[in-house]
Structure formats: structure tokens, C-alpha cells
Write a protein that binds this ligand. Structure first.
Ligand SMILES: NC(=O)c1ccc[n+]([C@@H]2O[C@H](COP(=O)([O-])OP(=O)(O)OC[C@H]3O[C@@H](n4cnc5c(N)ncnc54)[C@H](O)[C@@H]3O)[C@@H](O)[C@H]2O)c1
Length: 333
């Protein structure tokens, strides 16, 4: 299915939520995975250590190479060392970043530093090592408060409403520049809120599940009518692999941007009730004012990814929340 992907892939941020799933999938398909992750404390690093153990087991079971370099993508000496020690790396998936919208308003310099200096280090090493295949993980947040729904890659993304979103848009621009100057094949993937087992604890579905089980009220920002287009992690992994396969084609010059979403937004209130139903708990709600940086709706038009990559998300929100809740209970209770 993914006939162009090379043997050894660098996946930055593999200890994190999406990175751990992507790495396990690549390893189970017989690829070698190298990663750089600094195990920062944006959320409990023990969760990242747990993800690491699970990835190492998949590598062992499939008799393939997995190496984790614990360090920072801003450290260009480390990056040089990684590529010297693993000269067979044929492609890069750039996932490591500071995620999270609200904290980026408190600490914009840090977001610019990691998300852009770190990305530039990876683009530079790709250029220097003549690695042509590059996938950059962007975000639906680049659309800001786009009035038109669903969001299309053709829509303007000139008005991001948080520093996080601005770094993702700037990242896409940097990617274009490296494609233009050095003929690198690059896909920028705008993920729409990803959920599933191992989801970051700061994200709504994970946070709400914990609060409901602890019998605590859920802080609901706004009147519950804001909506998000949730994408189950296995669909995101598949879309990312399809994009990696696409940029890994020989004798083609590629720069492209793809929405990876589910095209099925759910309101905040319906989401809370859906989780409550799966847990068999009546949610307690504490309504609060909307937060700066939060957008009203995300809603993907993924027809471009469908047509070009064959992306076809399968997991509906109802089934996805059931899977998440089952995982959460197994892990925590
Ligand atoms: N989860 C979502 O809903 C979502 C939506 C849109 C875009 N994204 C993007 O997808 C990517 C992965 O997100 P995630 O939810 O898995 O987040 P995550 O925080 O679980 O994973 C990111 C990983 O990168 C690592 N990292 C962060 N800064 C680093 C640095 N300076 N050097 C090395 N490693 C570093 C972290 O330790 C972490 O393990 C991010 O780029 C994020 O912006 C995620």
C-alpha cells in the first residue's frame, strides 16, 4: 500500500501522542524508526516513558530498529550526530512541537523557538544530507476564525488567532521555501483535533473523561455551541503515511498542503454528553467565558487529501469515544 516509503524514517516527537502511534505503525510495517524527543514536562513525562516502552516492544516483536535520542530539536549538534549515526534515514516526519493553543499566548517566544528554530534545523539537515522526503505536521488552527465552512486548503490562512497557530502557518511557509530552493518534496498536514488512546491529557476528551470519573465539574468555555472536527488517531496515522508515501515518489517535484480531518464536527455540549453516556455518568458543567485564542469551529474539507492521497477516515465520533473511554478505564482504573 505504501510502496514508496523508504526503510528508515526519522519521526521527531515519537514519545508523544501521535508520534508514538505513527512510530508503532511504521515499525509494524517493517520500517526502522529513529526519533528525537526531549520528554519535556508540558504533560507528565512518565506518560511519554510509557509510550516509549510500548514502541520498543513493537520494534522488538517485529525485529526492526528503533532508536530514541533524548534531546532537543533546537540542538543542531545533536541533529548532526543523529544523522551521522543513521546515514540510512530516507525521510523525515516533523511532529515534535509545542502543541497547545492557550499556553502559547502566555509564552510565545518559547513556541516560536521550538516550532520554528527546531523545524529549520530539520529542514537544514534534510538539505545537507540530500533527504528529499519531508512531512511537516501543521494544524487546523491556521484557519483561525474562518467564516466559511468547511475549511479548504484554498481558503486564506492569513489571520491566525494564537501564537501557536501563527508558528504553524510560518512553518508551512518555511517548508515551501525549502521546496523551492532545494527541490525537496514536502507535504504539510493540517491535523484537525486528534483523539484516541494516549491523547494528551490537556485535550478536551481526555480532560473531560478524568473530571467526570472524579465527579468534578467540567469547565465549559462559552455556551457549548463551539464545535470541533475530531479525528481518530488511527485515521491520522493513515493520512500521515499516505502523505509520506506521496512525497517519497521519485522523479516528481511536490509541495502540497492537506487537511486531515473527519469532516464531522461535534459541538462541545454534545461531546460532553457523549462522553457522559459512554461512562454512564451525568456530567456536571461549569459554564465559563470563551477563552482568547479559541476558535468557534473547526470543520475540514478533506476532498484534496481524498483525491490526491486516497485519505478516507473511517472512525466515527461515537465509536472513537467508546474506544477512548475503554482505553482510559483500562489504563487508569
Ligand atoms: N493532537 C492534536 O489534536 C493536534 C492537532 C493539530 C496538530 N497537532 C500537531 O501534531 C504534533 C504532535 O502532537 P501531539 O498531540 O502528539 O503532541 P505531544 O505533545 O503528545 O507530542 C509532541 C512530542 O514532541 C516532543 N517535543 C516537544 N518539544 C520538543 C523539542 N524542542 N525537542 C524535541 N522534542 C520535543 C514532546 O516531548 C512530545 O513527546 C504537533 O506538532 C502538534 O502541533 C496535533
Amino acid at each position: 500500500m505504501y510502496k514508496n516509503i523508504g526503510k528508515m524514517i526519522l519521526v521527531t516527537g515519537a514519545a508523544g501522542f501521535v508520534g508514538s502511534h505513527l512510530s508503532e505503525k511504521l515499525l509494524s510495517m517493517g520500517h526502522d524508526v529513529i526519533s528525537i524527543d526531549n520528554f519535556n514536562d508540558y504533560y507528565d513525562p512518565k506518560l511519554k516513558e510509557k509510550n516509549l516502552k510500548s514502541i520498543e516492544k513493537v520494534a522488538l516483536d517485529n525485529n526492526v530498529i528503533f532508536k530514541m535520542y533524548k534531546g532537543d530539536i533546537r540542538d543542531s549538534d545533536l541533529i548532526d550526530k543523529v544523522f551521522k549515526e543513521n546515514a540510512q534515514i530516507s525521510s523525515i516526519v516533523s511532529l515534535a512541537a509545542n502543541a497547545g493553543v492557550r499556553p502559547s499566548i502566555e509564552n510565545p517566544n518559547y513556541y516560536v523557538d521550538v516550532n520554528l528554530v527546531g523545524l529549520t534545523n530539520l529542514l537544514e539537515i534534510a538539505k545537507n544530507c540530500k533527504i528529499k522526503n519531508f512531512v511537516f505536521i501543521s494544524s487546523s488552527s491556521v484557519y483561525g476564525n474562518n467564516k466559511k465552512v468547511p475549511f479548504s486548503e484554498k481558503d486564506s490562512v492569513d489571520e491566525p488567532i494564537s501564537p501557536y497557530a501563527a508558528t504553524k502557518k510560518a512553518g508551512e511557509l518555511l517548508c515551501y521555501t525549502y521546496h523551492h530552493l532545494f527541490k525537496m518534496n514536502i507535504a504539510c498536514l493540517r491535523y484537525f483535533t486528534v483523539y484516541g488512546p494516549r491523547q494528551r491529557p490537556d485535550l478536551a476528551i481526555n480532560k473531560f473523561t478524568k473530571l467526570m470519573i472524579d465527579k468534578k465539574p467540567i469547565p465549559m468555555y462559552g455556551d457549548g455551541s463551539t464545535a470541533r472536527d475530531y479525528t481518530f488517531v488511527s485515521d491520522i496515522v493513515e493520512g500521515t503515511l499516505l502523505a509520506l508515501d506521496y512525497v517519497s515518489q521519485k522523479n516528481k517535484e511536490i509541495f502540497d498542503i492537506f487537511n486531515l480531518g473527519g469532516s464531522n464536527p461535534i459541538t462541545l455540549l454534545d461531546l460532553i454528553n457523549e462522553i457522559g453516556e459512554k461512562l454512564n455518568i451525568k456530567p456536571l458543567i461549569n459554564q465559563l467565558p470563551m477563552q482568547p485564542g479559541d476558535v468557534n469551529i473547526t470543520y475540514s474539507d478533506y476532498s484534496h487529501a481524498k483525491k490526491t492521497l486516497g485519505y478516507n477516515p473511517k472512525v466515527k465520533i461515537d465509536a472513537g469515544i467508546a474506544k477512548f473511554v475503554k482505553w482510559y478505564i483500562e489504563e487508569n482504573m
